[in-house]
Design a protein around this ligand. Structure first.
Ligand SMILES: [Zn+2]
Length: 426
């Protein structure tokens, strides 16, 4: 009897799966156009999902479906955006008081921009650890928090000017620090190289020991770079990714080809480097999404900064912008994999909003709209070891847009709804 009951249950379960039945908590998005950056496909299908992920893509609506249905006819579905480099303490800008939010509030705010996950690359380690723990236990809501927890830098090196961080001055210390971060399940390891800069830098040898140790533990490394020499050091160390573009000179075509050959991913934070000027002298902050996300005092602060800027400063800003775009031109030509990170928390950025600006600037640098979209969605997920795209098994964190970002990447800002882990957020 017991055996036959088990068999009957098994039979029913198999039957259930094939008939796509009625399960509480399921959501069916009907009649939308699915834009999947992982295979660059455009498909009109219904999408069935729940909190565990995308369950199936369907050609017809199951007759017996009684879960929640959302008709999104005429709208476009993309995977939720991921910011690959942020500092989730809040926003700051010139002539304005900083908007202090912390990881918990930032995680809720950025969902409004369609950002369903972010990688915090240094803040208050204890606070980040605790917020991520509470979130993973379902005790606080908001975009998925991934984090390096801390920064690994030379004593007195970059990051230490912003607060408590971890420092390394010997190979033993490098191994020890990475072991501690691994024990706290750091999602990535952030290392700082600033050779030739005004602050002490990790040496190429210590960078390599650190990268080797992280690799041994299966954790990816992201190296903050400041100069061309740092990029050489990161390539020699075997780093998985570098972040920022060099300040001393543009990345050459040859260096870009070496980055590509070593499969080093680049998170350039181009908007952070170039938007401070555009926030002052264009109508970027007047967009509906920016106004929704930014404290009005911060927008006013940029307006005041614009009136204070001298012609020489404007000229310098223009030259810096040209240098960064030249780096981008060579990276794009060499087919280096670019990921979208904002470095939000700095001037020239807004939490959430700047992911859209980064994609826009990637397109201005020569990426296709598909590639720019992948930089903030499917490629970011793959870097984090998550399933990419809009296939069954992928995470059910999605953005529903009024217009197609493949036609114009700026349409990523026309957000109709955001779904995070199977639940409609707004
Ligand atoms: Zn940063």
């Amino acid at each position: 009897m017991k055996n036959s009951l088990i068999k009957l249950t098994l039979f029913l379960c198999i039957y259930c799966v094939s008939a796509l039945p009625v399960v509480a908590g399921q959501l069916l998005l009907t009649h939308g156009t699915l834009l999947d950056p992982s295979d660059q496909s455009i498909t009109k299908q219904h999408l069935l999902l729940d909190e565990t992920g995308i369950i199936a893509r369907l050609d017809s609506i199951p007759a017996n479906f009684t879960g929640q249905q959302l008709d999104i006819n005429g709208k476009f579905v993309i995977p939720g955006l991921i910011d690959m480099h942020t500092h989730a303490f809040g926003n700051r800008g010139p002539n304005a008081q900083s908007e202090i939010m912390g990881p918990g509030t930032t995680a809720q705010v950025v969902l409004h921009a369609g950002v369903t996950g972010f990688v915090d690359l240094f803040g208050n380690e204890d606070q980040l650890f605790e917020h991520r723990r509470l979130q993973q236990q379902g005790l606080i809501a908001g975009a998925d928090i991934y984090t390096s927890l801390s920064c690994l830098t030379a004593p007195g090196g970059h990051c230490s000017q912003f607060g408590k961080t971890r420092t390394i001055k010997s190979e033993d210390e490098a191994r020890q620090q990475i072991a501690e971060l691994a024990a706290k399940q750091a999602d990535v390891i952030k290392l700082v190289s600033t050779i030739g800069g005004s602050l002490p830098s990790l040496s190429p040898a210590l960078l390599k020991t650190s990268v080797d140790e992280a690799k041994k533990r299966g954790i990816k490394t992201i190296v903050h770079i400041h100069t061309l020499a740092d990029i050489d050091s990161a390539i020699a160390a075997g780093a998985d990714a570098i972040t920022h573009l060099p300040d001393d000179a543009a990345i050459t075509a040859e260096l870009a080809q070496r980055l590509a050959a070593h499969k080093v991913v680049v998170i350039p934070t181009l908007a952070c480097d170039t938007d401070e000027y555009e926030f002052m002298f264009s109508d970027v902050l007047q967009s509906a999404l920016a106004k929704q996300l930014a404290d009005p005092r911060i927008i006013q602060g940029y307006q005041k900064a614009a009136s204070d800027m001298t012609p020489e400063q404007k000229q310098q800003a223009k030259q810096r912008t040209e240098k960064y775009y030249l780096s981008m031109k060579h990276l794009v030509a060499a087919d280096v994999l670019l990921l979208s990170g904002t470095d939000a928390g700095n001037y020239g950025t807004l939490q959430g909003f700047t992911v859209h600006r980064e994609m826009e600037k990637f397109v201005a640098s020569g990426l296709t709209t598909w590639q720019a979209l992948a930089s903030a969605t499917s490629d970011a997920r793959l870097f984090l070891g998550k399933p990419a795209g809009l296939q069954a098994g992928a995470e059910a964190s999605l953005v529903i847009l009024d217009s197609s970002p493949i036609e114009d990447i700026r349409n990523s800002q026309k957000i109709s709804a955001v779904i995070h882990q199977g639940k409609v957020i707004h």
